[in-house]
Design a protein around this ligand. Structure first.
Ligand SMILES: *Cc1c(COP(=O)(O)O)cnc(C)c1O
Length: 411
């Protein structure tokens, strides 16, 4: 039995894979060690001859359920879950790259990912940041030692959309690992596999979990990359189906050596949260589009950053690739209106970082999440000093628009 629709698959896949004791929701397994009546079974699990769990840092039945769900959503051969999105990102770099390697990455990135690139430089891994809205810029930055290209789908906070398909073709021609951070779109709005992604990274803390009550991250392998030609796979992991070599190395080296494991409690919350992803995102994206249009026409707003507006530089690309335009809306107020004072006038909007929550959250970008980055790097990323970033929630559209209207009117 199989279903086609996104949500039908999502809410029935646990059951179809077999349930424990008839439990409709996959149970939470809190045990750290897994014991076997016959010693040989434990030996076989350790030697990979038998499927099973040994220690919760590497796997539990609850994590397996979530991993199967994510793999299905990402149309991938396998997925791994981690304690946070950053644990997933850091683990991919540290397990697949070595000193002397080079990465080309988009200049428009989540701040903490930009920060990890600074750390990698100290380990002898070189990073070149480019304006990846054109794949030419990525191509020009490629070197003989380039191993990986890393980009995001909709950049936070200025919403640039890189040349996802062009970069996919380039990576295929050059045999580069193409890593797509799909957090802002999620598998509901966009399938990175359709543009040739090798690995899909998602912060599950955002739209997948959706309720702001659990952290998590995932890495999925689309099966498109030829790992048998990749030099950084350790000898011990060069056996079995080459499609699985990359994800196996990320699991073995990553979870075992670095230990960024997800707890089963958090996995359960994320799994339940994920069931309503399509419903939540439909409302959030519709709210975001309505708000972006209202702001765009408002005399007190200087500029709106939202891919759903026809004036957005990559509007056509977003229309071609994504189901909707996402739920992140950023804007600049006209000169003379202080963004902090404006935010204090809103009633629905919560002053908070994070995105993908059911509630609308907003913050002044340059003074908070991109403060440490400094003025020069902010300017290179297209972040104005007065920018306000909003993560749009599921509130009723009219209430949301009215709240922004009244705050603008009194500013
Ligand atoms: C939030 C976020 C991350 C990091 O995820 P955490 O779960 O907070 O560690 C990575 N990439 C993007 C695009 C994000 O928005």
């Amino acid at each position: 039995m199989s279903f086609k629709g996104f949500t039908t698959q999502l809410v029935h896949c646990d059951r179809l894979a077999g349930v424990e004791e008839g439990a409709v929701h996959a149970p939470i397994h809190n045990s750290v060690p897994y014991g076997y009546a016959a010693t040989q079974d434990l030996v076989d699990v350790f030697q990979g001859k038998q499927v099973g769990h040994a220690y919760a840092r590497q796997s539990t039945p609850t994590l397996d359920y979530l991993q199967r769900k994510i793999a299905m959503l990402d149309e991938s051969v396998a997925s791994l879950v981690f304690g946070t999105g950053m644990a997933a990102i850091g683990t991919v770099f540290l397990t697949l790259l070595k000193a002397g390697d080079h990465i080309v990455a988009s200049r428009f990135l989540f701040g903490n990912t930009s920060s990890i690139f600074g750390t990698l430089k100290g380990y002898g891994i070189e990073v070149t940041l480019v304006d990846a809205t054109s794949s030419d810029a990525v191509e020009q930055a490629c070197q003989a030692n380039t191993k990986m290209v890393f980009i995001e789908t909709i950049a936070n906070p200025a919403t640039q959309i890189v040349d996802l398909a062009g970069i996919g073709k380039l990576c295929e021609q050059r045999g580069l690992v193409y890593v797509v951070d799909n957090t802002l779109t999620s598998s509901y709005l966009f399938q990175p596999k359709s543009v040739g992604a090798s690995l899909i990274i998602t912060s599950l803390s955002k739209y997948v979990g959706g309720h702001g009550n659990a952290l998590g991250g995932s890495v999925s392998d689309t099966g498109l990359f030829n790992w048998s030609a990749y030099p950084n796979i350790f000898e011990g992991y060069r056996s079995g189906d080459p499609k699985m070599w990359g994800i196996n190395q990320i699991k073995k080296k990553g979870l075992r050596d670095f230990g960024g494991a997800l707890s089963s409690q958090a996995a359960h919350l994320l799994s339940v949260g994920a069931e309503t992803m399509a419903l939540r995102m439909e409302r959030q994206c519709a709210n975001a589009l309505a708000l972006a249009k209202m702001l765009d026409e408002h005399p007190k707003v200087a500029k709106v950053y939202y891919p759903g507006l026809a004036s957005h530089p990559q509007h056509q690309r977003a229309s071609d690739l994504f189901k909707h335009y996402g739920a992140l809306v950023s804007f600049d107020l006209v000169d003379g209106i202080n963004s902090t004072e404006f935010l204090d006038k809103t009633n629905i909007v919560i002053n908070a970082t994070h995105l993908g929550d059911n509630r609308t959250l907003a913050l002044p970008v340059a003074q908070t999440i991109y403060f440490e980055m400094g003025l020069e790097a902010r300017q290179a990323s297209g972040i104005s000093e007065t920018m306000i970033r909003c993560s749009i929630g599921i509130e009723d559209t009219e209430d949301l628009l009215n709240d922004f209207e009244q705050a603008l009117a009194s500013s």
